[in-house]
Design a protein around this ligand. Structure first.
Ligand code: VNL
Length: 450
């Protein structure tokens, strides 16, 4: 079934219009169902093999201690090495945020499987490194990738502290840092070499506050992970919801490490707000839902909602029927009804059976798109400053919908969709109904206006 967007303009207070789906998605067949029925056109992928093959043929170490005569024979390989542009992909492949590393690395491999390994006449080689989610490790790996592996681009960055720790390195080395996940608003200000393809928490949260008001909720409690993106979400929600006339009855912050939501949820049960706004990073949503139900809050009438980090597509289908009806605002749903997303989800599922791409995967996929498109523009020149310049103002249709890189801030401009969890053909999906169009990060947009 095809769904088209019909446009109507709704003032949102932050330079964006609203798009409405031309049909009520409730009761309609899900885009994802359609996606699953269409056989994939994309080739099978195996990220590790692709990476290993290119790494071996371009190892500089292999050239040391060889005679001049032998070098002459190797010259074709040396020339080949010059035709390679290396991307150092640093991700939490293990540890509490391992799902983010898995999603992004799989999406990066998929991008190369679907689009080839060439861009601007160069072969793009990806080297994956596991930082385990520890900032000191991210920084050390970034240094090693630049000095030893001679990467032209750093990419990944699963969490805010990891992106921030690396920013001085990319500035010093003049190496672009493509942030595919981390979402604290100020990250792009930490280095002129940072370009972001994920989202910002204020970008996704301001529409959530408007949604709460539209639903008639007057008293809301916010519950966020106590670090950069959580504090961004808490502030953005509070400012917009209060401006709309609502009351934030309590702003609760839960430690990021080994979180126990139970005592905070007890506080919510005692206060009985109309609704509870939650931000937790990808990978933690299922635990929040479990503890919400354990406190009996699902039967208390307190509505649970948040940014799309909560009903994360990586975990959503296992959360249980208790999340049916949960509303959220975000830039990506695996159920986004577009041909680009159908192709992406179909190929992702085929390459990774039993899995579904989430917003982290799309951030990784589009990070590769930005790198490829920049290399096309520079005709293969991998100079860091030229690549960042080339990324500014890029615009394309992502699986998430249309997106661009703000030439002024190097941050992503994209639609933020209103979604609701629905069960279709026995599976849970975030079904989009409306889109706030071309939303900029409101924190930086406010600064630019001053
Ligand atoms: C961050 C933001 C991480 C949103 C997330 O998942 C997320 C971050 C790992 O900026 O640290 O969903």
């Amino acid at each position: 079934m095809r769904r088209d967007f019909r446009r109507r303009v709704v003032p949102t207070g932050y330079d964006a219009a609203v798009t409405v789906l031309d049909e009520d998605p409730v009761g309609g067949s899900p885009p994802a169902g359609t996606i699953r029925r269409i056989p994939s056109q994309g080739p099978e992928t195996n990220s590790r093999e692709t990476i290993m093959t290119f790494s071996k043929t371009t190892r500089r170490g292999a050239l040391t201690g060889i005679s001049v005569a032998a070098l002459a024979l190797i010259t074709p390989f040396a020339a080949y090495a010059e035709d390679v542009v290396k991307v150092g992909l640093i991700l939490p492949m293990t540890g509490p945020s391992a799902s983010t590393g898995r999603q992004i690395s799989q999406a990066v491999a998929l991008y190369q499987a679907m689009n080839g390994t060439k861009a601007g006449g160069k072969t793009v080689e990806v080297i994956v490194k596991d930082d385990t989610g520890v900032a000191d490790v991210t920084k050390r790996l970034a240094q090693e990738l630049i000095v030893n592996d001679k990467v032209s681009v750093l990419a990944g960055f699963g969490l805010t502290p990891l992106a921030l720790a690396t920013a001085p390195i990319s500035t010093q080395a003049k190496v672009p840092q493509v942030v595919m996940a981390a979402a604290t608003a100020t990250i792009t200000e930490a280095s002129p070499y940072i370009v972001r393809t994920s989202f910002t928490l204020p970008q996704a949260t301001v529409p959530a506050a408007d949604l709460a008001t539209k639903n008639g909720w007057k008293k809301v409690i916010t519950l966020v992970s106590d670090y950069g993106p959580g504090i961004d979400a808490e502030k953005a929600f509070g400012a917009q919801f209060t401006a709309n006339g609502g009351t934030v009855a309590a702003a609760l912050r839960v430690p990021l490490k080994n979180p126990d939501f139970a005592p905070f949820l007890q506080r919510v049960a005692d206060e009985k707000p109309d609704a509870l706004f939650v931000f937790v990073p990808s990978g933690f949503g299922a635990l929040v839902i479990k503890q919400f139900v354990e406190r009996g809050l699902d039967k208390s009438g307190v509505k649970l909602f948040g940014t799309g980090d909560l009903p994360d597509d990586d975990q959503l289908d296992g959360m249980g029927d208790v999340v049916i009806g949960l509303i959220s605002t975000h830039h990506y749903s695996a159920a986004h009804p577009s041909p680009e997303n159908k192709a992406f989800v179909d190929a992702y599922v085929k390459a990774n059976p039993g899995q579904r791409p989430n917003f982290m995967a799309v951030g990784g996929y589009d990070g590769m798109a930005a790198i490829y498109k920049a290399l096309e523009k520079t005709k293969g020149d991998a100079d860091g400053t030229k690549l960042v310049e080339a990324m500014k103002g890029l615009a394309w249709v992502s699986p998430r919908g249309p997106m661009s890189i703000d030439p002024e801030t190097r941050d992503v401009i994209q639609n933020i969709y209103v979604r609701k969890v629905e069960k279709v053909d026995g599976h849970l999906w975030n079904i989009e109904s409306e889109a706030f169009e071309k939303v900029k990060d409101p924190v930086k947009a406010a600064k630019m206006k001053k």
